[in-house]
Design a protein. Structure first.
Length: 272
């Protein structure tokens, strides 16, 4: 269940920092900044008075993109799953010694695993419900969320997602997956060496990610967290140091008080 807030306090702060950008287009499309589970999103509000919504949306795309760029600077890039986290993990693995060739092989092996899972799912469906084979071909999601099968129904989609993140075009992806599925059914390996992701493709993709805005935004957010952590630790140490000094001063004061009382007592006894 998502918690959706309209103009939250954080959204208001973001808008207030970017008032040089318009919040609406001439066609009446309104830019809305909403918060969903603590994360800000740019939304287009079409409204009921926009005469030609499809044209208006296309014209509003550049303004929405600029708001989204500002939002990236404001809150950083999403890093809790999805494409960004995958790219950051691949980059980290490369920085810790994995070669581009090894990373490409890793992705290719994952795609192969997903394709085999998908085919296993199809076999289960065909064996259990052979009468629905045509329906399954027409409507994949007819079975998509069934709990009756051991194998995952999402293998094909996961394969597409992986290859898309690494930069393959949709037509390339579909061709690679069709060929891969066909080879597996023939008892062969789904892909030739260095396919569908090559070492060169991995180099190109990671280099672009390394120099891209999202990676830099994630790095900046991580640095802010580290700085805040160090600051808290330093503040904690300072408080501890101050506490020790205060305790020492209290002990010294107690000793001075004791010496003073002893001197007063000694004087009084000598006068007697």
């Amino acid at each position: 269940m998502y918690k959706v807030e309209g103009l939250s306090k954080r959204a208001g702060q973001f808008i207030a920092q970017n008032l040089d950008l318009p919040l609406a287009t001439e066609d009446g499309i309104i830019i809305q900044i909403i918060e969903v589970d603590g994360w800000l999103h740019v939304m287009l509000d079409i409204g009921q008075y926009v005469s030609n919504p499809s044209t208006a949306i296309r014209k509003a795309a550049s303004l929405a993109a600029e708001w989204n760029n500002r939002l990236l600077d404001f809150q950083g890039a999403w890093y809790f799953g999805g494409d960004n986290e995958l790219m950051e993990r691949l980059l980290s693995m490369h920085e810790h010694g994995k070669s581009y060739k090894e990373l490409a092989k890793l992705i290719n092996e994952k795609v192969e695993k997903h394709l085999r899972e998908y085919l296993a799912y199809r076999v289960e469906v065909d064996e259990r419900y052979p009468q629905y084979k045509k329906e399954f071909d027409k409507d994949f999601y007819f079975y998509a969320f069934s709990t009756e099968f051991k194998s995952s129904c999402m293998g094909l989609n996961h394969s597409r997602d992986l290859l898309r993140v690494i930069g393959l075009k949709d037509d390339e992806i579909e061709q690679e997956l069709r060929d891969g599925l066909e080879r597996i059914t023939k008892g062969e390996k789904p892909f030739p060496p260095d396919k569908p992701i090559s070492r060169v493709k991995m180099i190109y993709t990671l280099d672009n990610w390394r120099e891209g805005k999202k990676h830099k935004a994630i790095q900046a957010a991580e640095q802010r967290e580290k700085d805040e952590f160090v600051k808290k630790r330093m503040n904690g140490r300072k408080q501890a140091e101050i506490g020790k000094i205060i305790q020492k001063m209290k002990r010294q004061k107690k000793r001075i008080d004791e010496i003073g009382n002893n001197m007063i007592k000694a004087i009084e006894e000598s006068e007697v």
